[in-house]
Structures are given as C-alpha cells and as structure tokens.
Design a binder for this molecule. Structure first.
Ligand code: DGY
Length: 330
C-alpha cells in the first residue's frame, strides 16, 4: 500500500480544491480547525514530519519551522500572493519550493483600493456612523462634505499587476494618474494612461496616494515622515499592500499635524490593529481588517491555487505558481 502524504493546513480553506483534497486518500491531512492561527508552539508541533505545508499570511514560516518539519518537507504552499511571512531563502536553501497565489486577486484588491479611496474622500464610514448614531437631524450645505475623486490626481506607488489595475479604474474617473515603480515600467504605464514619475514627484502631486508594492527590506517604511512632508495637505493615503511599508507613527503625526487629509488602510503595521491605536480615534481614517482579496470567489480561487501548488510540490513537479525556484529538487 502506498503511503499517503502528510500535510498540515493551517486553517480550513474555501473552494473545491480543498474539499477534494480532504476526500483524497493519497493525503493525510491535519487541518487547523479554528479561525485563530496556531500559536508558535502549536505550529512547531503540527509541522513535525509533514511532507507538505499549506499556510496563510498569519503564520510565520521561518528556519525553525522548517527544521521542526524535517527533511521530508517537499513544499510550502501559501494561500496569498505576498510571502513576507515566509523565509523564502531558508526554504530555497533546503530545496523546498514555495508557492503563492498571484493574479487571481489582482482585480479584487484593486476594487478594495478604490473602495477605500472613495470611502475616505466622501467620508462614507463617518457618515454612516453619524446616521446610525441618530445625528442626522437635517440637511446643511456643508454636512459631511468631502473631496472629489473625479478629476483629481492619483499617485500609485508600486506598479505591479495590482497598481496597474488600480490605474485602469481611474480612467472612468477622469483622473490624471502618476506612477512610480523601482524598476520603471513605461509600457505598462502607457497601456493604462499613466505617467511614470520619480517617487518624490508622485507624492508631491497626487491627491490620492495608493501604496501597492511588495513588503521587502527595501520597502519597509518607504512611506515615512519625509514622504508625508512631500504630500499635499489634503492628500489621502490608501494602503492595500502591507502595513509596515508605511511608518505608522509618522502617519499618525502627519494626520494630527494636518500634513495630509486622511487615510484608508486595509493593512496596518500590527494586525489586528491594537484598539488603543490613535488611528481608531480619527474620523478621517478608515481601517478595514486586511480584506483586499476577500471576495468569496477570489478566496476560493486562491485556495484552489494553493492546493494545486501543494499537489505539484508533493509530486516533485514544478509548482504552477512558484515564488522560489527550488522546484522539484526533493
Ligand atoms: C495577499 O494575498 O498577499 C493578501 O494580502 C491576502 O490576500
């Protein structure tokens, strides 16, 4: 009888791929049953002896976890496009391919950037809370007046697939779009009617600054005190990428000092955002709980991709979507 593959899945996943995996006798699945991630101790315990690991952005997969798993670990499959929680170099050094889920969440995440942009500009959350609190007494000329999105200037920091998708939507809003990417992308910019500019110029000219870059050592605190000083006084910052790209203390200072007009954040430096964060007391800040890719359809596709990467890695085949190139070396 053939041995089944032992796999630890750090949460119950949506989608058909996962449902099929659960029924497949070729896999001996250990599925973390609750929504809270396994603690460090639990993670180290559950990875022991597994052939495959399916993880989420809330799980830190570092050298200690790989060591705890053991030499038979053949694949780390993350259900997300970002893999800053995974020590990819440590995986590669051990010949373990790392999979992720690019592409399928691009449009869904761009929708969220726009939701935050519109909500922040037009004070949607603040206004809805005002109604619910029974404060809607009358109509006044300036009640809940915000700023126009239509006809304004959008600045996009990081011009990968999601940045480009954000830019495409701006055409319908008659916006001028400026973009910055570490490696210039003139063709991609031209294709969506965006203008490539220097980092400082984008910040200085944009009414809305959308952060859409991967979190790396280079992009940590890319948006810092200096960046806020460059921004227009009424500008709105939107971040759907990763919290640590923005220096949150500098953001709080910029908002308090009126250096910028507001912020729409899908991600924060620490997640969940601590309830004593000054950001939560500010009417001009909208914070949502890292739901950029959270449409049911997209999350199911992401899970299906994670399962496909797992299956390929266990079979010693190239992963359909690999972050690292340590493919099939086990
Ligand atoms: C990702 O995929 O990196 C998102 O942050 C979670 O969907």
């Amino acid at each position: 009888m053939t041995e089944s593959y032992r796999v630890f899945v750090t949460r119950v996943l949506p989608g058909d791929g996962f449902a099929e995996l659960r029924q497949d006798p070729a896999f001996d699945l250990d599925v973390w049953p609750v929504d809270f991630p396994p603690t460090r101790e639990e993670l180290l315990k559950h990875v022991g002896g597994v052939d495959g690991l399916v993880c989420l952005i809330t799980d830190t997969i570092d050298a200690a976890v790989l060591d705890a798993a053991g030499e038979q670990l053949k694949v780390v499959s993350q259900m997300a496009v970002g893999v800053d929680n995974v020590d990819v170099a440590a995986c590669t050094a051990r010949g373990i391919p790392v999979g992720n889920t690019p592409g399928v969440l691009t449009e869904t995440t761009a929708d969220m950037a726009w939701a935050l942009m519109l909500a922040s500009a037009r004070r949607v959350v603040e206004a809805a809370e005002y109604v619910k609190a029974g404060q809607w007494q009358t109509w006044t000329p300036t009640q809940m007046a915000g700023v126009d999105v239509f006809g304004s200037t959008l600045g996009i920091i990081g011009f990968g697939a999601i940045g480009q998708a954000i830019a495409r939507r701006a055409q319908g809003f008659g916006m001028r779009v400026l973009c910055w990417n570490r490696t210039p992308r003139p063709d991609e910019a031209a294709a969506v009617g965006a203008e490539q500019r220097g980092f400082d110029e984008v910040l200085a000219e944009a009414d809305f600054v959308c952060v859409s870059t991967a979190l790396t050592a280079d992009t940590t605190h890319l948006i810092d005190a200096r960046a806020f000083e460059l921004m227009k006084p009424g500008a709105i910052l939107v971040n759907t990428a990763r919290g640590p790209i923005v220096d949150e203390a500098a953001l709080v200072h910029a908002l308090r000092a009126g250096q910028i007009g507001g912020a729409g954040l899908d991600v924060t430096a620490v997640e969940p955002l601590p309830m004593d964060s000054p950001l939560l007391a500010m009417d001009n800040v909208v914070v949502v709980p890292h739901i950029g890719s959270a449409s049911l359809a997209t999350r199911s596709k992401m899970a299906d991709m994670a399962v496909a990467n797992l299956r390929a890695g266990l079979a010693g085949e190239p992963l359909p979507h690999a972050v690292s190139t340590a493919v099939g070396s086990k």
